[in-house]
Design a protein around this ligand. Sequence first.
Ligand code: PLP
Length: 308
Amino acid sequence: MNESAKVWLDGSVVGAADARISVFDHGLLYGDGIFEGMRVYSGRVFRRADHLRRLAVSAKAVGLAFPDGVDLDGVIDDTVAAFGEDDAYIRLLVTRGEGPLSVDPTKCPRSRVICIVGEVSLYPPEKLAAGIDMVTVSLRRPRADVLEPRVKSLNYLNNALAILEARRAGADEALLLNEDGAVAEASGANVFTVREGAVATPLVTDGALEGVTRRTLLEICARDGIPAVERRMTRIDLLAADEVFLAGTGARMIPVRTLDGAPIGAPATSAGFGATSGSPPPVPDRPIYARLDAAYEERVRAVGVVSC
Ligand SMILES: Cc1ncc(COP(=O)(O)O)c(C=O)c1O
């Protein structure tokens, strides 16, 4: 629980302990709603316009109208100001709103906006330095005609169950494949590989969210002359890579140390190692990760970059 968080709810900003909504909100009852995760760096919301655009696309995809009279920019600004820190995490939600105990969204007269501003840190610094252990989980990313992964909906059970499976296997993170066995993404971040100096990331049509961080990194690669492609990838692309990392607004950039127990960027041993057994592999050089991590940090704090 993020006790110092500030929350915009039903017209005013309150403390975390006072942020309460009806149990009849369909966001709770049915996971019916959408959300965005953004970050404030040095007092500015990084790529706010891109996040709000994606929220609008998600809203369109699920037929959700924003409530009349609510200015999302104003909501964000007021909540960020109330939190009062130069760096913060923003969680903006639009739920279907209150309705009867019936899944029918047309019975919900008014959607509800909630904005939470607080702190988030997914892994301790030592994990970030060493890299995380990831396992391929049995759960698949749903097809677009089942539950479109490109829609950032409140229906994150697929993601939650994926990370639960990973934790049960003693790992930190889950690698989700789609029904074809192509790599989609991690439970809450996009996947990147580096092989012989070239960056690759899975296709959004294979079940990856159109991540704002993903896009930022592809732009940095283009600017800095690092070859980078979006393409269909399978698990072997990760095992064959010199470097693997995850990227997302909450996660920022996280190096992956092992996949299914095999060390990334180092030869396998027959003894077994990784998430649950044996000694951890030495931390390898991750030159492209290090370069992109530094460039990303510079970019998020660059004056004037709110969207591009
Ligand atoms: C499932 C999933 N994939 C990828 C991402 C990364 O997207 P972004 O960089 O826009 O935060 C997120 C972020 O929340 C996510 O939930």
